[in-house]
Design a protein around this ligand. Structure first.
Ligand SMILES: Nc1ncnc2c1ncn2[C@@H]1O[C@H](COP(=O)(O)OP(=O)(O)OP(=O)(O)O)[C@@H](O)[C@H]1O
Ligand SMILES: [Mg+2]
Length: 132
């Protein structure tokens, strides 16, 4: 079963042209001039049940944008996306009950936890046996 299926998925952000100052802010609101920022371009892949997948790319490659579309926070500009057969942004609540997302952790250790607990968490995530 495909848990995740992306077909020609594309996301473009709109970056609104901003004018400085109070009257500038009014002008920003009135003119609504924007440029398009490509974030995800024509991406297709499938992930099956039980697969463990890494998603790598340089800064600004579009990784976070992709995850946000998977969770239904962002709506794709083009293409199709299915999570457990559902369109994420149309079934956001239902989808969220079956999904866990952790964003950004520069360090692999948590300040709030004793070091052994951080190791223990990672041991489970990476399925490493206790002895190792
Ligand atoms: N809200 C936004 N409005 C406009 N452009 C955005 C927005 N969020 C991201 N972008 C742009 O979209 C592109 C992809 O950004 P994204 O954050 O998805 O990349 P990333 O792979 O997660 O990067 P990083 O490794 O730095 O986390 C970049 O060019 C970024 O500047
Ligand atoms: Mg990111």
């Amino acid at each position: 079963m495909n848990i995740i299926e992306a077909q020609n998925l594309t996301k473009e952000y709109k970056r609104f042209k901003r004018f400085p100052g109070f009257w500038g802010a009014m002008r920003t609101l009135m003119t609504q001039q924007y440029s398009k920022v490509p974030a995800v371009n024509d991406l297709s892949f499938k992930i099956n049940a039980g697969e463990t997948v890494g998603y790598l790319g340089p800064n600004g490659a579009g990784k976070s944008t992709m995850i946000k579309m998977l969770t239904g926070i962002l709506v794709p500009t083009a293409g199709q996306l299915f999570v457990r057969g559902k369109i994420p942004h149309q079934s956001r609540m239902e989808n969220a009950r079956k999904m866990g997302v952790v964003f950004g952790q520069r360090s692999q250790l948590w300040w709030e936890l004793p070091m052994i607990d951080s190791f223990e968490v990672h041991r489970h995530v990476y399925k490493i046996d206790e002895k190792t």
